[in-house]
Design a protein around this ligand. Structure first.
Ligand code: BGC
Length: 357
């Protein structure tokens, strides 16, 4: 059996990640064979690495990590719409087998019964191996001109879905025309939300704890205002608020700064049990009297990946390049998993490192 290197871990066991030699992906995982270019690391990966989240495929003890992929097609069936050499990103979620009404209609991101699976997260191996396989319907072609920044397609798909749902909710009112956007948190998701807000020509405001450094600079280059202290937002309200920190105090602030008829989208996944005093009666009164909506959003369907690819292709390339703050070769993979203060997106670069197999 031909083997390849893969970053694996035992879900539920903290610090169990290692670089393993595993068998090449079975054809059952898809007819499209992809050679990995790069893998992005995100907060969910850190949670999985700490043993707090994630599960291995049934009957297996270890999970191949990674859901933010980028690779080059090595083999694809003639009717797949893909060719050798195409740059592709893998879709993370697979529909539940029942399937529920949402999964049956290609909206696995809205799965109703929780039986979905996710590459590198829930019961399916991820993309953190030298090769991976995809079903043609779960491979998204990306512009080769994006280079390594195409690894941002998956996080951008999450943001594209959030915008898609803001638009759909906004259509409840014929006069809805958002003008201002507040983003809380200038990590990769927050910056991509800000980038798409700037593409929509919204008046952009970003709250982040960093007062200086690359994050506020990137926001300013989008024409946005930066706040490092929530008190500076006093008296301001915004048509759309995208909460990307999952930090308890900021979730309350995000809602407090929503304008009448405005929409708050919660994008961060918080750790349960962080209790704080909260005026639920006051929240209800404001939501009702001001027709506000607070909604949560997770994952993305194929349409959102395509929207993400379009948004990235329309972005300023040098700006996008600066979102990828560290690129670490596979042989030093563990360095990529250790966070550093000015990190935005850290990627593991699989190029020039192929083992002979
Ligand atoms: C991924 C999503 C996934 C979610 C929950 C996120 O990091 O980007 O695709 O649905 O984690 O598992």
């Amino acid at each position: 059996m031909r083997t390849m290197r893969a970053i694996t871990l035992a879900p539920g066991v903290a610090d169990s990640a290692r670089l393993d030699e595993v068998g090449e992906p079975p054809v059952a995982e898809g007819s499209v064979l992809v050679r990995t270019t790069a893998l992005g690391v995100c907060g969910t990966d850190h949670e999985i690495l700490s043993g707090l989240y994630g599960s291995a495929p049934p009957g297996e003890e270890r999970l191949i990590l990674g859901h933010e992929s980028l690779g080059v097609v090595m083999e694809a069936p003639p009717d797949s719409g893909l060719r050798t050499g195409d740059h592709v990103v893998g879709i993370v979620r697979r529909p539940d087998p029942v399937p529920c009404m949402a999964c049956a209609s290609g909206e696995w991101d809205m799965c109703r019964n929780g039986l979905y699976t996710e590459r590198g997260i829930k019961e399916r191996h991820g993309f953190g191996s030298e090769f991976f396989r995809l079903e043609p319907d779960f491979a998204v072609k990306v512009d080769p001109a994006l280079g390594l920044t195409a690894v941002l397609t998956e996080p951008a798909s999450i943001v594209a879905k959030a915008w898609d749902h803001v638009d759909r909710i906004g259509r409840r009112s014929r006069s809805w025309q958002p003008r201002s956007l507040l983003v809380t948190g200038a990590g990769p998701i927050g910056l991509l939300a800000a980038m798409m807000g700037a593409q929509r020509r919204l008046d952009l405001h970003v709250l982040d704890r960093h007062a200086s450094g690359p994050k506020p600079q990137l926001v300013r280059e989008l024409g946005g205002h930066v706040y490092s202290d929530v008190s500076a937002l006093a008296g301001l309200s915004f048509d759309v608020v995208m909460e990307c920190t999952a930090a308890t105090p900021l979730i309350a602030q995000a809602i407090a700064h929503c304008a009448p008829a405005g929409i708050v989208c919660l994008l961060g996944v918080s750790i349960p049990g962080q209790k704080a005093e909260f005026d639920i009666g006051g929240l209800n009164r404001t939501l009702v009297l001001s027709n506000q909506v607070v909604f949560g959003s997770v994952n993305a369907n194929r349409g959102h990946y395509e929207m993400a690819a379009t948004a990235l292709a329309a972005a300023d390339r040098p700006w996008l390049d600066r979102l990828v703050t560290r690129s670490v070769p596979l042989s030093r993979w563990h360095q990529a998993l250790r966070t550093q203060p000015d990190d935005i997106k850290v990627v593991i670069d699989f190029r020039e490192e192929l083992s002979s197999g």
